[in-house]
Design a protein around this ligand. Structure first.
Ligand code: ASP
Length: 457
C-alpha cells in the first residue's frame, strides 16, 4: 500500500467543470495519486455562496442565511444546488440523470432534527464525488467511488463536529482499493448507528489527513487556490513569497490567523506518521507549493510572521502576586469558568496580564471583572482593548542572537511602542503586542527587517 499519494481538492478546485478538468489532469499526471478526496463545490464566478452553505440553508428552512443577514430562502438554495450539479454534469458531458434524481430525493428527505442538518450538509461532497468519479471513468481512467458509508469511515455522534473513531483506520485499510483511482467524498462519515454526521466546517481536509494516515500514504497533497503558505499575508504585502518548506511546529505557530490555508487538525495524525503535507495550487500545478515536514535544516532565521488582531489584555495589579502560591492558576481558572480561551499571560512581581480574544469577552466583561474582584481582590483591574500581536516564527531563530534586537529596532524605527513582548519557550517565535492601529505598519516593518529578499529555502 505504500507509495500512494492522497490528493485532497478543496471547494474552489471543484467549483465548475473547467476546475474539475484541472483536477483530472493533476491526478492523471502522477500514477501514485490513487486516493482523491473531494470537497463540495465552492464559490464559482456568479455564485454568492458555497454549495455546503446552501445545503445548510435548505436543511434549516432558510435560517442559516437569515442568521447571517442574507436574503436567500430555502427554495432559492434548493434551485442553486440542483442547478450547480446540472451544470457540472452538462459541461462535463457525463450521463448524470440518476445523480440529479438521487440528489433531489435526498433534498426532499423527511429526516428531522440535528441529523437532518448533517445529512443535507454532506450531500455536496457526496454528489461531487459521484460526478468526479464518473467523469474520470468517462475519460478512460480506471476509477472507483468509495463512500464513507461503504468503506467504514466511522465517526462519533457529535453532529456538526463529529470526530473520526479509531476503528476507521482498519476499515479503510481493508476496504479502500489502491489499484484504481479511488474518489472519496470529504467532510462526512457515518456513526455506529448508521447516521450521517459531518466533521467541522472545512472538514474535507480532515478526511484527507485521516485517509493518508490510515493508508500509510507517502504524501498528503492539499490542493487549493493559493500557491502555498506565504511569509506574511500577501494581501497586505504583495512582495511576500511562498515558503517552500516548513516544519509541523512552524506551521502550527504560523497558523494563528492569517495563515488559514488548511484545517490544522488534519495535520495531527500525519505528524505522528511523518507523512509530509504539500499545499498546492490547482490553478498553478507547476508551482511546488509548501511542503510541511517533521524536520528541516533552516537556512534563515524567521520564516514567516503570524498576526493576531482584535486581542484584549486583562490587566491586574496586586501586591505580592509573585509570592502568592497558586495566584496565576486561580486567575486562569476564572477564565476557564467563563469559557474564555487565554493566549499569553506575561507577569511580573506585582502584576499580570492575560491576553484573550476581545470578541470572547463580549457580554461577559462585568461578570468576569466581578468574579476576579471577589476571588482575587486586585488593587487594580483594567481591560485594554485593540491589541495586535505580531509574531516572527522560525526554527532558525532558536539559539541565534540578535533576532529580538532586529525586530524591536524595526518597530522602534516606525515609532511603534511595544506593549507586550513574550518569547515562546521553544525559541521558535517571539510575540510583540502593539496597538491595533499600528498593525499594518508594524507587520511591514518586521517583514522588511526580517524576511524581505531572503531566500527561505
Ligand atoms: N464543504 C464543507 C465546507 O464548506 C467542507 C469542506 O469544504 O472541506 O465546510
Amino acid at each position: 500500500m505504500s507509495g500512494v499519494i492522497v490528493s485532497k481538492f478543496g471547494g474552489s478546485s471543484v467549483a465548475n467543470a473547467g476546475q474539475i478538468e484541472k483536477v483530472r489532469r493533476i491526478v492523471a499526471a502522477d500514477p501514485r495519486r490513487r486516493l482523491v478526496v473531494v470537497s463540495a463545490p465552492g464559490k464559482d464566478a456568479g455564485d454568492s455562496e458555497k454549495v455546503t452553505d446552501h445545503l445548510f440553508n435548505i436543511a434549516t428552512d432558510g435560517e442559516h442565511f437569515r442568521l447571517r443577514g442574507k436574503k436567500i430562502d430555502a427554495h432559492q438554495s434548493h434551485a442553486r444546488v440542483i442547478a450547480k450539479f446540472e451544470s457540472l454534469i452538462g459541461e462535463l458531458a457525463i450521463d448524470g440523470a440518476d445523480i440529479i434524481a438521487d440528489l433531489a430525493a435526498d433534498l426532499a428527505s423527511a429526516i428531522d432534527g440535528r441529523k437532518r442538518i448533517d445529512f443535507f450538509a454532506s450531500r455536496g461532497e457526496h454528489y461531487c464525488a459521484k460526478v468526479i468519479a464518473r467523469y474520470f471513468k468517462s475519460k478512460g481512467m480506471p476509477t472507483r467511488l468509495s463512500l464513507p458509508e461503504d468503506v467504514g469511515f466511522i465517526v462519533s455522534e457529535r453532529f456538526g463536529n463529529a470526530k473520526v473513531l479509531p476503528c476507521t483506520y482498519a476499515n479503510l485499510r481493508e476496504n479502500v482499493n489502491t489499484q484504481d483511482i479511488t474518489v472519496i467524498p470529504g467532510y462526512y462519515g457515518i456513526t455506529q448507528k448508521g447516521d450521517i454526521a459531518v466533521l467541522s466546517r472545512g472538514g474535507s481536509d480532515l478526511t484527507g489527513g485521516e485517509v493518508a494516515f490510515a493508508m500509510d500514504a507517502i504524501l498528503y497533497e492539499n490542493w487549493t487556490d493559493t500557491d502555498g503558505v506565504y511569509q506574511v499575508d500577501p494581501r497586505l504585502i504583495p512582495e511576500a513569497s511562498v515558503i517552500p518548506e516548513l516544519t509541523y511546529k512552524e506551521i502550527r505557530l504560523l497558523s494563528a490567523r492569517g495563515f488559514n490555508v488548511f484545517h490544522f487538525d488534519a495535520m495531527v495524525n500525519c505528524k505522528h506518521k511523518n507523512i509530509p503535507i504539500n499545499i498546492r495550487n490547482t490553478n498553478n500545478p507547476d508551482a511546488a507549493g509548501t511542503m510541511i515536514v517533521s524536520a528541516r535544516t533552516p537556512r534563515e532565521t524567521a520564516v514567516g510572521i503570524a498576526r493576531m488582531d482584535g486581542l484584549a489584555s486583562v490587566y491586574l495589579e496586586k501586591d505580592m502576586i509573585g509570592e502568592t502560591v497558586g495566584f496565576t492558576q486561580e486567575l486562569l481558572d476564572i477564565f476557564k469558568s467563563f469559557n474564555i480561551n487565554t493566549h499569553h499571560y506575561p507577569s511580573d512581581l506585582d502584576d499580570i496580564a492575560v491576553i484573550v480574544d476581545q470578541i470572547d469577552l463580549t457580554g461577559k466583561v462585568d461578570d468576569l471583572k466581578k468574579a476576579i474582584h471577589e476571588r482575587l481582590h486586585p488593587n487594580l483591574l483594567e481591560i485594554h482593548n485593540d491589541l495586535c500581536l505580531l509574531s516572527p516564527v522560525g526554527a532558525g531563530m532558536k539559539g541565534t542572537p540578535g533576532i529580538m534586537a532586529a525586530a524591536a529596532n524595526a518597530l522602534y524605527q516606525e515609532g511603534i511602542n511595544i506593549e507586550i513582548v513574550d518569547q515562546g519557550p521553544a525559541q521558535l517565535s517571539i510575540h510583540f503586542g502593539i496597538h491595533q492601529k499600528y498593525g499594518d505598519t508594524g507587520l511591514k516593518a518586521l517583514f522588511k527587517a526580517m524576511l524581505k529578499h531572503k531566500d527561505t529555502k
